[in-house]
Design a protein around this ligand. Structure first.
Ligand code: SF4
Ligand code: SF4
Ligand code: SF4
Length: 433
């Protein structure tokens, strides 16, 4: 029996002795005596068999002491492969339009915002494409854009037809929130939309600067007003508020967090930090400087230490699912019927893997690259990594770029390198609760 290589033993002067196991996501507070025993086992000073039965059984149950590390590794590998090739459901991300009524400073579409909307013919072909998956147990759609609400009629029409194909249908919408009017909010149940994601990038002045409406000065108050109506109608539906952080708004995160939690007490609102990502270049651009992993980690920990605010989960989560780009039955559909694997590819002709207007896939090589090329399951560094179970290897888009275009994007988990600080913060949150 050996001390699992996925154990992380640490001592905090202030809070005591701890053990975390990344493969099974177990976090245990230890006595000093237990900590010393584990240090001795780790350093091969004593063998596990020599410790008392009760403690040894606990260690075995939690897989702190294992026969070998490979069993745990294969379990996670198998579950990831299963999730990747599970074809029992169909998950689509549909952009019915690329047009947008905002002009965000960091938008992936740049300043062009082509006014491309889905036509009736493309809608018809998309429904034919979906009908090919008539054996799946469920269908889910994420409405995306541009701003999807600019094409609400298309969303209504597609929803009606998809519900007729498969009654087990659910939807999610990523919207800037501006056009989320009372009529549309009243309709959400009929559209099977259970959760909205809205981005608010700071308090009023900052948000309006970073996410301006194309003609109106204010978008912040309009979004807040729409959220008020949403929560007056729904108790169970959720709004996820994403705050895209860069160096221009990091100091406002806690203010916005307080503002929203005070304004919407006891409502299903989940506020979290995203980070502005520059997908086009390999470094900061002039508009916003992208945070590296260390900056993200520092931001998250400082928000907690200084303001008592949690921006993302501090405690790792076992990662068994995969990004849509790496799932066999997940597709992103552009307004002209282009089929993609990654959200970030929408609108780029050369990144299409097919088109709903065509019967054959046009770029199956790109599809298989996303599925199994630049694969963390094949990457020696990931295979040997302590974080393997809680990091699915990062964004497949960047992994492919690193492999085939010689970029050096960091794909590692934010917690890597600062694990004891994140675990200590988690411990404090649990203790306060
Ligand atoms: S709301 Fe979204 S699509 Fe519209 S400009 Fe902003 S980032 Fe781009
Ligand atoms: S490959 Fe990366 S950018 Fe594309 S959808 Fe997945 S996580 Fe997002
Ligand atoms: S991407 Fe980085 S943190 Fe994640 S498993 Fe691979 S080496 Fe580890």
């Amino acid at each position: 029996m050996i001390f699992s290589k996925y154990n992380y033993l640490f001592h905090s002067e202030e809070h005591g002795f701890f053990l975390y196991n990344a493969m099974n996501n177990v976090f245990i507070e230890l006595t000093e005596e237990q900590y010393n025993i584990l240090q001795d086992i780790k350093n091969n000073i004593i063998v596990p068999d020599s410790i008392d039965d009760f403690f040894l059984n606990q260690l075995l149950e939690n897989r702190i002491i294992v026969e070998n590390d490979l069993d745990d590794y294969y379990k996670i590998k198998f579950q990831r492969l299963y999730s990747r090739f599970d074809d029992s459901s169909l998950a689509l991300t549909i952009a019915p339009t690329l047009a947008c009524n905002f002009r965000c400073s960091y938008c992936y579409e740049g300043n062009t915002h082509p006014n491309i909307e889905m036509s009736d013919e493309t809608e018809k072909k998309l429904i034919e494409f979906i009908k090919k998956y008539d054996n799946v147990k469920s269908i889910s759609v994420t409405w995306y854009g541009g701003e999807p609400l600019l094409s609400i009629d298309r969303i209504r029409s597609l929803t009606k037809q998809i519900k007729a194909i498969n009654a087990n249908y659910s939807a999610y919408m990523i919207t800037n929130g501006y056009l989320m009017t009372e009529n549309i909010i009243d309709e959400l149940s009929n559209l099977n939309i259970y959760t909205l994601q809205i981005t608010i990038d700071g308090m009023e002045e900052t948000h309006n600067k970073k996410r301006p409406h194309i003609t109106k000065k204010d978008s912040f108050q309009k979004i807040i007003h729409n959220m008020e109506y949403f929560f007056s109608v729904y108790n169970k539906k959720t709004i996820s508020v994403r705050v895209n952080i860069d160096n221009s708004n990091e100091d406002e995160y806690h203010l916005l967090h307080k503002y929203l939690t005070d304004k919407f007490p006891n409502k299903n609102i989940s506020i979290y930090s995203g980070f502005v990502t520059n997908y086009l270049q390999n470094s900061c651009n002039s508009i916003s400087c992208e945070f590296d992993r260390e900056m993200k980690s520092k931001f998250m920990l400082e928000q907690f230490k200084k303001n008592g605010v949690q921006t993302l989960d501090f405690f790792p989560v076992i990662s068994l699912g995969e990004c849509c780009a790496r799932k066999i039955n997940s597709f992103v559909i552009g307004p002209e019927g282009g089929i993609y694997k990654c959200w970030n590819d929408v609108g780029a002709k050369e990144r299409e893997i097919g088109n709903v207007h065509l019967t054959e896939m046009t770029n199956p090589a790109l599809a298989t690259n996303y599925l199994v090329g630049a694969d963390p399951l094949e990457d020696i560094e990931c295979q040997n990594c302590f974080y393997f179970a809680v990091c699915s290897g990062g964004c497949p888009y960047f992994r492919l770029k690193n492999k085939f275009e010689n970029t050096e994007r960091d794909c590692c988990a934010i917690i890597k390198g600062n694990l004891d600080e994140f675990l200590t913060a988690h411990y404090l949150i649990k203790k306060i609760k």
